[in-house]
Design a protein around this ligand. Structure first.
Ligand code: GLP
Length: 248
């Protein structure tokens, strides 16, 4: 694993956006797996700045969202479709024709999971997967205990994940209880992975990963079995606090 330690989130976002920019420059038809959440927002902003400044054409890339809430319409401000549209496609003036996102309002969610997995295969798989990590070590919405061989599937979100994401909603009760996520085996098939972690609340999963552990208790540790991972991590996400709450 290539570990890049940086001082703060701004530097993390600068490094990550530069990596993404170069990858797209080298392969204008890149299939880019995209994460959501608070971690990569500035990375997308900086990528957009670089792309516009260089007049790079992104119309041939495909983006593959990692996950989507069940029950939110695409136009809902907290849907992950809306997230990637507003952080990438809209500021670039691109139509989201090549944005793959699980459909969280499907009448048949199991069928939707199968369809989504096939749609990733159809575009040739993911070239570069951008990932964040949850406080409990989840990647996408693959919560602790998810089998490593999992494909795209439906998940019940843990209480700690709903609590962590409550900051994006007015009330915690509004955080959906279920989501569709790309599976761990799907993530592991990506040709390369760019993992971002920022903030002391990520120190436990980051340290589990860097110890070289591999286990379902911390889903992110599966990345120790991937041949091409770059971790861009802030210093505070590397330091374990003595009194950290181990249930989070
Ligand atoms: C979210 C997303 C993940 C994300 C993770 C960390 O709920 N489903 O894709 O990587 O949890 O989120 P954040 O970056 O807000 O800490």
């Amino acid at each position: 694993m290539n570990v890049i330690a940086v001082d703060d989130k701004q530097e993390m976002s600068e490094k990550a956006s530069a990596i993404l920019f170069n990858e797209i420059k080298q392969n204008p038809e890149l299939v880019l797996g995209v994460a959501t959440g608070g971690t990569p927002t500035d990375t997308y902003d900086k990528l957009v700045e670089k792309v516009l400044a260089a007049s790079l054409d992104l119309s041939k890339i495909t983006t593959v969202n990692l996950d989507e809430y069940v029950g939110l319409a695409r136009e809902h401000e907290e849907s992950y479709w809306y997230y990637i549209y507003t952080h990438l496609y809209e500021p670039l003036g691109l139509s989201p024709d090549r944005a793959l996102v699980p459909y969280g309002l499907s009448d048949d969610l199991q069928e939707e999971c199968i369809r989504y997995e096939k749609s990733i295969e159809k575009v040739g798989g993911i070239d570069l997967q951008l990932l964040g990590v949850g406080r409990n070590g989840h990647i996408g919405f693959n919560e602790p205990g998810t089998p490593f061989e999992s494909k795209t599937h439906l998940v019940e979100l843990t209480d700690s994940t709903r609590q962590a994401n409550a900051r994006f909603f007015e009330h915690k009760e509004e955080v959906p209880t279920r989501a569709i996520t790309v599976g761990i085996s799907t993530i592991m098939k990506s040709r390369s992975i760019l993992l971002l972690a920022s903030g002391e609340e990520k120190a436990e999963p980051v340290n589990a990963l860097l110890r070289g552990d591999v286990g379902e208790k911390w889903p992110v540790t599966v990345l120790n079995q991937h041949p091409s991972v770059t971790l861009v991590v802030t210093k505070d996400a590397l330091e374990i606090e003595e009194d950290l709450d181990h249930d989070q």
